[in-house]
Write a protein that binds this ligand. Structure first.
Ligand code: NDP
Ligand code: GDR
Length: 336
């Protein structure tokens, strides 16, 4: 039997790397879109998928270029397309609203249009976000909660979500959106608060830093593990009918709790190291996000199982392994 072909945009990112692993395990032929510069500097720019490079088919393309996406889709003829690429950092979206909106909205539109022309039977996944809820009017948030995005990033995801729905309704594409709440891992980018904290703890333990500067410690998020969340993406595309799903743990914790726990993993008190820095506050904050994953649980049979405490520990331990002397790690009582 012929292998099923999957195309992943954003394969070099956190989620792309876990999804590529999952699909290879399931015996897919896995194709990925990466920027040309990444192909020229794989050691740095493709570090998350370095261990998979021999098994992947990578194609140069960018969200800014319709022809590049059109060509890749036409050449690969995927059975499933996971659209994960995006300018994904909310803070940056305040610094450059224009490029965030252009890249994220056009990129999604270009890809949908290319699929409609070249591979209309391909199943499509759009990486929607809990940032679409923004200042949410109900707690927890479900598929029927009204969107009230608080950043151009959130707005770009609402637009992508609506484009996906419209291609489903107008052109019959099997197009689904996941409304994913925050998910983290040792592969998370260093700019996001969880990885900033876990890597900061490691550098403090190694004696390379004396403090960790953060913004709003009171923001609350629903944090899960990326490895589990990519399974939900795959499950969505295995359903007979396309649909939209909230993917979340249903638990919420503050940034302060994350920091407290992360420092405690190595026997330190976060209050001795965390410095509040106004520069890391956002012009418009999302105070509280917590998802209701009931639909994903009943329809997809998906459920988050990795606990918050275990996620924090895994991230801190991985970063400590990267920078700390083994004797120091033993003294800190880490299970490494
Ligand atoms: P990352 O930031 O780790 O990865 C983003 C990916 O997009 C990278 O592969 C990046 O490539 C690629 N990319 C960015 N801009 C372009 C461009 N102009 N052309 C081509 N590729 C581009 O994000 P995550 O893996 O964490 O998230 C995956 C998706 O899910 C994103 O769309 C994000 O917005 C969304 N999401 C994430 C959540 C989370 O908690 N992680 C929650 C909800 C939604 P490069 O390596 O070259 O920069
Ligand atoms: P988020 O993630 O904006 O939720 O978007 P991030 O980790 O950047 O922020 C989470 C919360 O932490 C607060 N915070 C800080 N954030 C950063 N980055 N740096 C700091 O120093 C800091 N101090 C406090 C923030 O104000 C915020 O409240 C992530 C991304 O993956 C998106 O792509 C995705 O769509 C959403 O999650 C769901």
């Amino acid at each position: 039997m012929q292998k099923r072909k999957a195309l992943i945009t954003g394969i070099s990112g956190q989620d792309g790397s876990y999804l590529a692993e999952l699909l290879l395990e399931k015996d897919y032929e896995v194709h990925g879109v990466v920027r040309r510069v990444a192909l020229e500097d794989p050691a740095h720019r493709l570090s998350r998928i370095r261990h998979l490079l021999d098994d992947l088919h990578l194609h140069a393309g960018s969200l800014e270029s319709f022809p590049s996406l059109f060509q890749v889709v036409g050449k690969v003829q995927p059975d499933e397309c996971y659209h994960l690429a995006a300018q994904s950092f909310v803070t940056y979206s305040f610094e450059d609203e224009f490029s965030t909106l252009q890249t994220n909205i056009n990129g999604t539109h270009f890809l949908l249009a290319a699929l409609k022309e070249c591979a209309p039977s391909c199943r499509f996944y759009f990486a929607g976000s809990s940032e679409m809820f923004g200042r949410a009017e109900e707690v927890p948030q479900s598929e029927s909660t009204r969107f009230h995005p608080r950043s151009s990033y959130g707005i770009s995801k609402v637009a992508g979500f609506e484009l996906t729905r419209n291609y489903r309704e107008a052109y019959g594409l099997h197009a689904s959106s996941g409304i994913l709440f925050n998910h983290e891992s040792p592969r998370r980018g260093y700019e996001f608060v969880t990885r900033k904290i876990s890597s900061g703890v490691a550098r403090i333990l190694a004696g390379e830093a004396g403090e960790l500067r953060l913004g709003n410690l009171e923001a609350r998020r629903d944090w899960g593990h990326a490895k589990e969340y990519v399974e939900a993406m795959w499950l969505m595309l295995q359903q007979d009918e396309p649909d939209d799903y909230v993917v979340a743990t249903g638990e919420t914790h503050s940034v302060r709790e994350f920091a407290e726990l992360a420092f405690r993993v190595v026997g330190l008190d976060y209050r001795d190291y965390v410095v509040i820095d106004e520069r890391f506050y956002r012009p418009a904050e999302v105070d509280l996000l917590v998802g209701n994953p009931a639909k994903a649980e009943t329809r997809l049979g998906w459920r988050a199982t990795i606990r918050f405490e275990d996620l924090v520990r895994e991230m801190v331990e991985a970063d400590c392994r990267g920078v700390c002397d083994p004797a120091l790690i033993r003294r800190a009582g880490l299970g490494l």
